[in-house]
Design a protein around this ligand. Structure first.
Ligand SMILES: [Zn+2]
Length: 289
């Protein structure tokens, strides 16, 4: 399975994009890397350009430890608010910062808030292709409260531009498709439930998380600096954070997790070939589901 981390600073990326990037993202991303290192697991870090700009040494550690450095845009602006020229500037700026800090060619992208819409596919794919990006993991194959598209995707334009698309995984619970494998569901559910519900997931499944999900102290920091948050936010964004490190340790022991680069773009790895065939099958299954 693929382990992905969307590296961003909560008070900047979620609360208000005009807020400064703080050191919290530095500490929490180091903690995630420490946990992965206990098991030798390599992950894909979809990282904001503004994090690389402020903490280039963090990006260097990702690269030095064999993780994949990929782009999450510059400062978490939704793709559907941008013209094609702005997309090229925003994603291009992040790619440059990440490549300079890591010494790695960036080949992967995930949009902030999964903010791709079908009418944007041609401009989006052309932009990624111009920047030398080979794959995207921005689509959420279900209707969700905040993001996602409920209809089936026509991915032919992705193929035209040579961009591979890897969806985030979902689990069917009582007929509903839920993005259960990662994010808030992982944080708020007991680990045993994640394990039970993820049993039918294929080898090609994509797990995702944010570094801030291992930072329980952030709620007090936000309150002190930006004021009290509504109860709904405290529950959906902050509850369960202190339990995440131990759940992550179990997860990486129980599942064979790796980065996108190691799974699909390390052509000499025997393992990559096996998984690639599964991925194709599951992509079609998800497309037609
Ligand atoms: Zn994000």
């Amino acid at each position: 399975m693929i382990f992905t981390v969307d590296v961003e600073d909560w008070s900047q990326s979620v609360l208000n994009r005009n807020n400064p990037v703080t050191e919290r993202v530095l500490h929490s991303t180091h903690l995630v890397m420490d946990i992965l290192a206990e098991n030798g697991t390599k992950a894909t870090f979809f990282t904001l350009g503004n994090v690389a700009e402020k903490f280039p040494e963090l990006i260097k550690r990702m690269a030095d430890e064999g993780h994949e450095v990929a782009s999450h845009g510059y400062d978490h602006r939704n793709i559907y608010t941008m013209s094609q020229k702005e997309m090229l500037e925003d994603i291009g700026k992040s790619v440059k910062l990440l490549e300079d800090a890591s010494g790695q060619k960036v080949i992967g992208f995930r949009a902030p808030n999964f903010s791709i819409r079908e009418h944007l596919f041609p401009a989006f794919c052309e932009t990624l292709s111009t920047l030398g990006i080979r794959y995207d993991s921005s689509l959420f194959p279900m209707k969700a409260l905040k993001y996602g598209i409920e209809k089936k995707y026509d991915l032919s334009v992705f193929k035209e531009f040579g961009i591979d698309e890897y969806y985030l995984s979902y689990i069917k619970v009582r007929g509903y498709k839920l993005p259960y494998f990662g994010g808030g569901y992982f944080r708020l559910s007991p680990y045993s439930m994640t394990q039970k519900l993820s049993q039918p997931l294929p080898e090609s499944s994509v797990f995702y998380m944010h570094p801030y999900e291992v930072d329980p102290g952030e709620l007090e920091f936000v309150k002190a600096n930006y004021g009290q948050l509504p109860l709904k936010w405290r529950l959906t964004q902050f509850a369960g954070r202190s339990g995440v490190p131990d759940k992550l340790r179990k997860l990486i022991r129980n599942y064979d997790m790796m980065s996108f680069r190691n799974a699909y773009y390390a052509e000499d790895s025997k393992q990559s070939i096996t998984i690639k065939s599964n991925a194709t099958t599951s992509s079609f299954a998800q497309l037609t589901a």
